[in-house]
Design a protein around this ligand. Structure first.
Ligand code: G3H
Ligand code: 13P
Ligand code: ZN
Length: 312
């Protein structure tokens, strides 16, 4: 199995009423934890790389690690640029072997978002690469992007048909109330499924992407705080909502914060219980295992894409 685009994945996911997990990767242990889980679950995967991840690990290291994971697992895997904010970074990832890029023009006006997305789509399609774009704007904090609640906005369903037809984009990320990071909702989670439903009605069969989809698993936050961390309690996206989105037009569900929490909670616990340890393998092996269990459970119980890897 070679690297593939997400085209077939989304066609199958849409028809099957499930979603493909898109997991952010930054190093070898994260890649191994995710891909070992997917192998056991026989699930296709999207591994996504942010600008921050490329800065941290370098493009070539992540690309080679993902190639190694394909060789090791035999799984269909798509490698995707997460939140590319310029034509240049999208081009660099396309030239560097990614099979999918996101051009995130959500900070632009509607017209400029169309213009810039179209430019990326033309470059990508000529090279067999697919493109995700974003309409509406999620709140939250990532390495390079900080969007306050006041600057965030729901996707306007009136804009989606024009946007998709003018850009030729392959999938669309929409804002329905999720946000990036570990602090999503104070109190009850509220998602605008009415917007998703309306978008689905206007773009029948078209794959939709849900960002900011971590559940912010309380067990991990509690463990981090138990062993010296100071994270305020916050609510993520409940699993029933992820399942509901996956049964609708959402074909790609982005998870990063939960992986971070899995890794960090495990490492904090490890040092608290083994204060004399100093070999990185002693704390990275359980951290990798924790990621594996998390991904396996998400894939199997929530997104519904397990046992579909043999369809490629
Ligand atoms: O939504 C983006 C991801 O969580 C990536 O975060 O920019 O800190 O790598 P990052
Ligand atoms: P979380 O912060 O909820 O994991 O979202 C990740 C994401 O949307 C990556 O693009
Ligand atoms: Zn995102």
């Amino acid at each position: 199995m070679a690297l593939i685009t997400s085209k077939k994945m989304f066609e199958k996911a849409y028809k099957g009423g499930y979603a493909i997990g898109a997991f952010n990767v930054n190093n070898m242990e994260i890649i191994q934890g995710i891909t070992e889980a997917a192998k056991e679950a026989q699930a296709p995967l999207i591994l996504q790389v942010s600008a921050g991840a490329r800065k941290y690990a370098k493009h070539v290291y992540l690309m080679k690690l993902i190639e190694a994971a394909i060789e090791d697992t035999g799984l269909p895997i798509c490698v995707h640029l997460d939140h590319g904010d310029s034509f240049e970074i999208c081009k660099s990832c396309i030239d560097g072997g990614f099979t999918s890029v996101m051009f995130d023009g959500s900070h632009h006006t509607f017209e400029d978002n169309i213009k810039e997305t179209k430019r990326v789509v033309e470059y990508a399609h000529e090279r067999g690469v697919v493109v995700e774009a974003e309409l509406g704007r999620l709140a939250g904090v990532e390495d390079d992007i900080k969007v306050s609640k006041e600057d965030s906005s729901y996707t306007d369903p009136d804009e989606v048909e024009e946007f998709v037809s003018k850009t030729g984009v392959d999938s669309l990320a929409i804002a329905i109330g999720t946000s990036h990071g570990a602090y999503k909702f104070q109190g009850e989670a509220k998602l605008r499924f009415d917007i998703l439903e309306e978008v689905q009605r206007r773009l029948p069969g078209f794959p939709i992407v849900l960002h900011g989809a971590s559940s912010v698993i309380p067990e991990f936050v509690e463990k981090i705080n138990k062993y010296g961390g100071k994270m305020p309690g916050a609510q993520g996206v409940p699993e029933e909502m992820l399942r509901k989105a996956a049964s609708m037009a959402v074909c790609k569900i982005n998870i990063d914060s939960d992986l971070r929490l899995a890794m960090t909670s495990s490492i904090r616990e490890h040092f608290a219980l083994n204060p004399d340890h100093f070999d990185p393998r002693q704390y990275l092996a359980p951290a990798r295992e924790n990621i594996k269990q998390l991904v396996k459970n998400k894939l199997i119980h929530v997104l519904g894409c397990d046992n579909t890897a043999n369809e490629y």
